[in-house]
Structures are given as structure tokens and as C-alpha cells.
Design a protein around this ligand. Structure first.
Ligand code: G6D
Length: 349
């Protein structure tokens, strides 16, 4: 097991960005930047043993800086949208950056996806990894409290990638981070993800309005396009005349997970035989099927982008919970530790 590192260029600010490669005994490789904690590539074998990249990204830093729809990045302080870019804690109202119409999305203009993280390399008996830390100052993007954040990426010899998130504030605040990697198990983006089989062990879905803000309604997924409990192809119902799918041009929805089942999510690609299982301690996973990727990007250096080229499985707490009286809401006291854990396990059938 080894960690390699090399320069990936400089930001417009002049700061150097380093690309770290975590390589385990099976040559399973995860490449990660100290900028945004971005996972740029994951190389894993298909059932014939061909190692191919299974995530969406760029081959250059400028595109990550200027054009990225959060490819591979840490997202926060709060993932998803905060409606009307404001919230109250007790008698205090906080106004966040409006970077998505009148709303706040994914931590604002300079969210955690756009900062340089301090990196410590980890070498343990069973795993290697990176411990990435960042101090988000009081008032950054409008959030209260000086927030000390630590994200650890850990890779073991079973081709399991673990993401541990921790944060602690010196003032009452809200935190809800995730990772925004777009997966495509075909390998080297040979085709889109509409033929991937997706299983989500979730019994409810949160409906959203036209601006993708939760309406507060949690609907049972029984007999609906949101029923992924038995596994179905992502493209099976994607073009159905379903009001929610039309509003979002596909799936862009929070699913409430049923933790009684063995895993939260499973993604499979028939042709390559690749499988990814997701386990998490978070109550929700946002399924985003890459509805707005568009045609303007050059992915992985050589592939023209298009919608539905990758699928995001953003494990997290309830979105916009601070403004949704129907959703369980976590407000963190000064000194109270926020913790979240997600594991991505890769194998072939
Ligand atoms: C769109 O609504 C979607 C989000 O869920 C996604 O994270 C973003 O594009 C990249 O805003």
C-alpha cells in the first residue's frame, strides 16, 4: 500500500495544488486533490481485470476551478440548498451567500469544494489515507462559528474507501457535509449511467419544488418511480411523465434510508461487472443523476460531456432541515462534535 503525490498546478491565486494517489495491494487507486478534497479518479478493475476510471473529472486544474459541477468534491458547510439563503438559531438570523437564485447551494461561492485543505498522510496496519483539515472562519459564506473541520479518506485492501467527516464549532451552528463524486461504473465513461442498476434501501423520498427546495413532504416510495428497493435501471423511469422527474429533469431527490438493511445503496454495471455498495451512518442519501452536466465540458481530458454521464449518491443529514419544521434538525452547540461516516465498497460480480 502506498501514497504517491505530485503537483497538479497552481490556482489563479498562485496556491499550489497537490494530487495524492492512494494505491492499495490490489492496485485499486484513488486520486485526491488538496483543493476541495476532490476525488479526480478511481481506478478499479472490471471482471476481466481491466483497470479503468469510474468517476467524472477533469485532467486540468483550471476546469476544476472554473467549470466544475462539484465533480468529486467535499461539499459544505451545508450540502444541498438552504432556502432563501437564511436561517434562524434562537433570536439570531443568519444570511448566507445567494449562489443559486435566491437560495444558498452547497456552501456558497467559495464552499469547501473551493478551498485548500491541509493534508496529513495516514499509514496504518490495515489502511492508508489522507487526513484533510480546514478552519472555516466565523461568518464564512454567512455561517456562524469558527468551524474546525477534518475529513479523512481511508483506503483498505478490500477496495473499500471510507470517508469520515468531523467538525467542531465555537458557536451554535449547522453542519451537513457530503462528497459529490459522480460515479460511472462502465469504465472510462464508455456510456452514460442509464443502464446502471441502482438499489436504494430507502422507504421515503422528500418531494421538492421547482427550485429543488424540499416541500416538507416525505412520501412513501411504494409503487412510485422512486422505488429502487429491488434494484432497477436508472433509465427505466427517468423519462416518465412524473411531476417530480419533470421538475428536476431526472432524479435530484433526498431518500430517507432504512438502516435495517445490509447496505444503503448498491450500483451495478452489467457489462463491466463492477459493483459499488454504499454504507453510511447518515439518515439520507441524495440521488442526483447528473441532470445538468450539459455538453460544454471535456471530461477526463478527452470525452465530451452530456447529461446523465454520472450518478451522485450524496449521503447526508436532512436537506434544508433548519428551515423544514417537518424534518429532524441538528443544531450543534459550541464544542459539540459533528460526525458522519460513509463507506464505498467496490468489487466485481
Ligand atoms: C444542481 O440540483 C442539482 C444539485 O443537486 C447538484 O448537486 C448540482 O446541480 C451539481 O444544482
Amino acid at each position: 500500500m502506498r501514497i504517491l503525490k505530485k503537483s497538479f498546478g497552481r490556482l489563479k491565486s498562485g496556491e499550489e495544488v497537490i494530487k495524492y494517489s492512494l494505491i492499495n495491494r490490489n492496485n485499486f487507486t484513488v486520486n485526491i486533490l488538496n483543493y476541495g478534497g476532490i476525488i479526480t479518479e478511481i481506478f478499479t478493475p472490471d471482471e476481466e481485470g481491466n483497470f479503468e476510471n469510474i468517476v467524472l473529472g477533469f485532467d486540468n486544474l483550471r476546469d476544476y476551478e472554473e467549470k466544475s459541477p462539484y465533480f468529486g468534491s467535499i461539499v459544505g458547510r451545508v450540502a444541498g440548498r438552504i432556502s432563501n439563503a437564511k436561517f434562524r438559531i434562537a433570536e439570531n438570523e443568519y444570511n448566507l451567500t445567494k449562489n443559486n437564485g435566491k437560495h444558498h447551494l452547497h456552501g456558497g461561492n467559495i464552499g469547501l469544494d473551493k478551498v485548500i485543505w491541509q493534508v496529513e498522510e495516514i499509514f496504518e496496519e490495515e489502511c492508508i489515507g489522507l487526513s484533510m483539515s480546514y478552519l472555516s472562519r466565523d461568518g464564512e459564506e454567512g455561517y456562524p462559528g469558527n468551524l474546525n473541520i477534518e475529513i479523512s479518506y481511508l483506503l483498505n485492501s478490500n477496495n473499500e474507501l471510507e470517508i469520515q467527516q468531523r467538525a467542531i464549532s465555537d458557536k451554535k451552528t449547522i453542519v451537513n457535509m457530503t462528497n459529490h463524486t459522480y460515479f460511472n461504473l462502465c469504465g472510462n465513461l464508455k456510456e452514460d449511467i442509464l443502464n446502471h442498476t441502482l438499489t436504494i434501501n430507502g422507504d421515503q423520498v422528500a418531494f421538492v419544488d421547482r427550485e429543488i427546495i424540499p416541500t416538507g413532504e416525505l412520501r412513501n416510495i411504494e409503487n412510485s418511480v422512486f422505488d429502487f428497493r429491488k434494484g432497477k435501471k436508472i433509465g427505466k423511469d427517468l423519462y416518465r411523465k412524473d411531476d417530480q422527474l419533470i421538475k428536476c429533469k431526472g432524479f435530484d431527490h433526498p431518500f430517507v434510508l432504512n438502516h435495517a438493511r445490509k447496505f444503503a445503496v448498491k450500483l451495478e454495471d452489467e457489462k463491466s461487472g463492477r459493483v459499488m455498495e454504499v454504507r453510511t451512518d447518515q439518515p439520507v442519501v441524495v440521488l442526483y443523476t447528473g441532470n445538468y452536466i450539459g455538453q460544454e465540458l471535456m471530461l477526463n481530458g478527452k470525452i465530451k460531456s452530456k447529461d446523465y454521464m454520472g450518478v451522485c449518491l450524496e449521503t447526508q443529514d436532512y436537506p434544508d432541515a433548519i428551515n423544514q419544521h417537518n424534518f429532524p434538525t441538528r443544531i450543534y452547540d459550541a464544542g459539540e462534535i459533528y460526525k458522519a461516516y460513509t463507506q464505498f465498497k467496490f468489487y466485481t460480480k
